[in-house]
Design a binder for this molecule. Structure first.
Ligand SMILES: Nc1ncnc2c1ncn2[C@@H]1O[C@H](COP(=O)(O)OP(=O)(O)O)[C@@H](O)[C@H]1O
Ligand SMILES: [Mg+2]
Length: 401
């Protein structure tokens, strides 16, 4: 019944036919003593409809019968009479298609002396179909009200959530389009310059142009790769591989890439690894991507000072990247790894990039079963820490389930 009520959004449309009780009726000729006995032995029975040939005649109400019989000579006077003598012969009758609210309104409109709990329900041919309890009506109405309030609140919360997500995605789209366009503009522009200079036989600018083309296309590719990576992770299509690798070699590779990114910034990059020769087994490509994302951020967001890339292998691989860069405001830390969120200030950003690096990094860490944390002071520097479960191939397999 509750289900029916929840499906019916407008209480006005809920027909009472679904709430009635059609068990039991008696004929108007039934002696009062017979009914009295039923009321004595069935304490939950409040009223019984009087029905003849399928048509309703009245309502025998417990209180009225018991009070009548309880008066002086009541039994002697009434016991043998038919119930119709003392039943309510003008009870409230409602049609089974009547709405719940409509019935309640009719019940409440009755003289207060005639308001008792049961209402007789008839079909289109005016034949009796069952009794309806006013108490039950009120309870159902209350249930429905509570449910519709809860449903409304849930719907509102959900709509707000969707709106937030949508806003974040729109702002992400606006930002990413801008980020894709800038390297592409550079590429198209430089090609025009090359064409112009070529026709004028001015070849000395060419190495500079080629460099510009090379960095711009690399940027473009990096952004596209990030978008593809993220969508792959989002739909669960990123596979995890395992291979043996030497920790020190991986660190060296990351260091070399960072040194290229560094350009002529007055920055030093240090490696801190007590056992560079240690052999580990895991998804080298993803570990490299995680470390490179963090280290390239450190280079990007640090103008002077130093960057330390530290690693410690074992049953857990602990990685950390520390810088003396611009730092991150406390209020921004919470949203750092959340997809799309960090891009809300896209227009004011002074560093370009897809803004997806950390999101991807956090997702990769999660995919590998590890965790990532950040500690940063605005204006002083940042430190990112990553712990990944890892195996050392030299140790027996069963120690590392
Ligand atoms: N080492 C860091 N120092 C200061 N801010 C950082 C650092 N790493 C990340 N951030 C902040 O986090 C944001 C998100 O980083 P990321 O997802 O890698 O995107 P992107 O590098 O493309 O800006 C950056 O835009 C920057 O504001
Ligand atoms: Mg980045």
């Amino acid at each position: 019944m509750l289900k029916l009520i929840t499906e019916c959004h407008n209480l006005d449309n809920l027909p009472v036919r679904d709430l009635i009780d059609s068990s039991g009726s008696v004929s108007p000729e039934t002696p009062i003593s017979v009914l009295a006995e039923r009321f004595f032995t069935e304490p939950e029975l409040d009223a019984l409809p009087l029905v003849r040939d399928g048509f309703p005649y009245g309502l025998a109400v417990r209180n009225k019968i018991l009070t009548t019989l309880g008066t002086r000579f009541g039994f002697a006077l009434y016991a043998r009479k038919p119930i119709s003598a003392i039943a309510d012969m003008n009870p409230l009758l409602v049609h089974h298609d009547e709405s719940l609210n409509g019935v309640l309104a009719q019940a409440m409109a009755r003289d207060f002396r005639d308001i008792y709990d049961e209402i007789l329900v008839v079909d289109e041919a005016d034949k009796y179909v069952g009794l309806l309890s006013v108490k039950r009506l009120v309870i159902e109405q209350g249930n429905h009200l509570a449910q519709s309030i809860a449903q409304r609140r849930m719907a509102l919360e959900r709509a707000a959530e969707m709106q937030k997500m949508n806003d974040a995605k729109s702002s992400f789209m606006a930002h990413i389009t801008h980020e894709l366009r800038s390297p592409l503009h550079a590429i198209v522009g430089v090609i025009e310059l090359v064409k112009m200079n070529f026709s004028q036989q001015k070849l000395d600018e060419f190495p500079k142009y080629i460099n510009l083309l090379s960095t711009s296309s690399a940027n473009l590719l990096a952004i596209i790769n990030n978008i593809l990576d993220l969508s792959k992770i989002e739909v669960g299509r990123m596979d995890v591989y395992s291979e043996d690798f030497v920790l020190g070699d991986l660190l060296q590779e990351v260091l070399e890439t960072c040194q290229v990114l560094l350009g002529d910034k007055p920055l030093t990059i240090e490696l801190d690894c007590a056992q560079p020769q240690i052999l580990l087994s895991g998804d080298r490509g993803k570990v490299r991507q995680i470390l490179l994302n963090l280290a390239s951020n450190a280079v990007k967001y640090t103008d002077r000072g130093n960057i330390t890339i530290a690693a410690e292998g074992g049953s857990q691989l602990k990685l950390s990247v520390k810088d003396t860069g611009i730092g991150i405001r406390t209020e921004d830390l919470a949203n750092l790894f959340v997809a799309f969120n960090q891009l809300e200030d896209a227009k004011t950003r002074r560093y370009n990039g897809s803004g997806l690096g950390l999101t991807i990094t956090a997702q990769l860490v999660q995919l590998l079963g590890g965790n990532i944390s950040v500690d940063s002071t605005f204006g002083i520097g940042s430190r990112f820490d990553v712990q990944l479960p890892c195996r050392q191939p030299s140790q027996p397999e069963e120690n590392f389930p």
